[in-house]
Design a protein around this ligand. Structure first.
Ligand SMILES: *[C@@H]1O[C@H](CO)[C@@H](O)[C@H](O)[C@H]1NC(C)=O
Ligand SMILES: *[C@@H]1O[C@H](CO)[C@@H](O)[C@H](O)[C@H]1NC(C)=O
Ligand SMILES: *[C@@H]1O[C@H](CO)[C@@H](O)[C@H](O)[C@H]1NC(C)=O
Ligand SMILES: *[C@@H]1O[C@H](CO)[C@@H](O)[C@H](O)[C@H]1NC(C)=O
Ligand SMILES: CC(=O)N[C@H]1CO[C@H](CO)[C@@H](O)[C@@H]1O
Length: 258
């Protein structure tokens, strides 16, 4: 069943279609529907009924729509109550279980926000230091986040990164926003750790290019300045010596004169 949901989900993703669920299921299982955050959400419950006195009863998470505070003034029911449409942009909190019933017939949707993930384009770390990559996830319920690594753009194969990878230097933690496994900590970065780090959630993925800087990279300009100062001091010293020597000779002769 999970696989079927996933397949339906993929169907929506590949079509880029708005979440207008109109597939029929016999078992009364909920449809898994993805909506895009900041876009529309429409659910079509249109059913045929001989009894014209019946009306559609809609619920979100078993609560009548009128009583759902986060939906107040943000939706409309059309076509005799059969079609639910958000009149405002869908937000992250619009996910949940939606049901509609017409007499004894009912339909249900498991509505999920389509996941979007974000990583910074570039990440730098000094060799030997620890780095934490934060994968920002949008779309509830938050999906399972996984991490992969490619050594470079040209390498097709990717290495899955899990807790304990890289000889125990990789740790997966909850991110700042509280999504499990959405933060990757890499201890004691080595030069060979450079490459592409991918964060994936459902069909969404993003990557960051990790650069590992030479431990002495920051030190070189400083050493350069030190060397410069040293050479300058040496020149001044030599010059001073040359200049003071005759002066000393002068004073010596002066002393002799006195
Ligand atoms: C979203 O809804 C608005 C207003 O109801 C409509 O103009 C727009 O075409 C809809 N977009 C999609 C992708 O369905
Ligand atoms: C809802 O479904 C019915 C029956 O399939 C169809 O006639 C109607 O156009 C649909 N409405 C929307 C808004 O998709
Ligand atoms: C929606 O229903 C599923 C089972 O069908 C359940 O696991 C999930 O917790 C429900 N979600 C909410 C927000 O109630
Ligand atoms: C990488 O994958 C692309 C398309 O999937 C293929 O064209 C290319 O030959 C592959 N490169 C290597 C080195 O396997
Ligand atoms: C070139 C490239 O990006 N290769 C792979 C890197 O890892 C991702 C995520 O696993 C793959 O989708 C890419 O094919």
């Amino acid at each position: 069943m999970e696989l079927l949901y996933f397949a339906i989900g993929l169907l929506f993703i590949s079509n880029g279609a708005p979440a207008n669920a109109q597939i029929d299921t016999d078992e009364g299982e909920p449809y898994l529907v993805y909506y895009d955050i900041n876009r529309n959400l429409t659910l079509n419950c249109s059913m045929l009924s001989a009894d014209t006195t019946l009306s559609y009863v809609w619920k979100k998470n078993d609560v009548s729509l009128e009583q759902v505070t986060e939906l107040k003034g943000r939706y409309k029911l059309e076509e005799g109550g059969a079609v639910f449409t958000l009149t405002a942009r869908a937000n992250e909190e619009d996910y949940g279980n939606y049901t509609c019933a017409l007499g004894a017939d009912d339909r249900s949707w498991q509505v999920h926000g389509r996941p979007v993930v974000r990583l910074p384009d570039n990440t730098n770390v000094v060799e030997g230091q620890k780095i934490k990559l934060q994968c920002k996830v949008v779309g509830k319920p938050y999906p399972q986040v996984s991490w992969y690594y490619n050594a470079s753009e040209e390498v097709n194969v990717s290495e899955p990164l899990v807790e304990g990878s890289r000889g125990g230097r990789v740790h997966l933690e909850a991110s700042e926003q509280g999504v499990d496994g959405a933060a990757l900590v890499l201890d004691a970065a080595a030069r060979g750790d450079a490459g592409l780090y991918w964060c994936r959630a459902g069909a969404a993925s993003d990557h960051t290019q990790l650069r590992v800087k030479d431990m002495y990279a920051a030190l070189w300009p400083f050493l350069g300045i030190c060397a410069e100062v040293f050479v300058l001091c040496a020149i001044i010293l030599v010059y001073e010596k040359r200049r003071t020597k005759p002066e000393l000779d002068d004073s010596d002769t002066d002393n002799h004169d006195q």
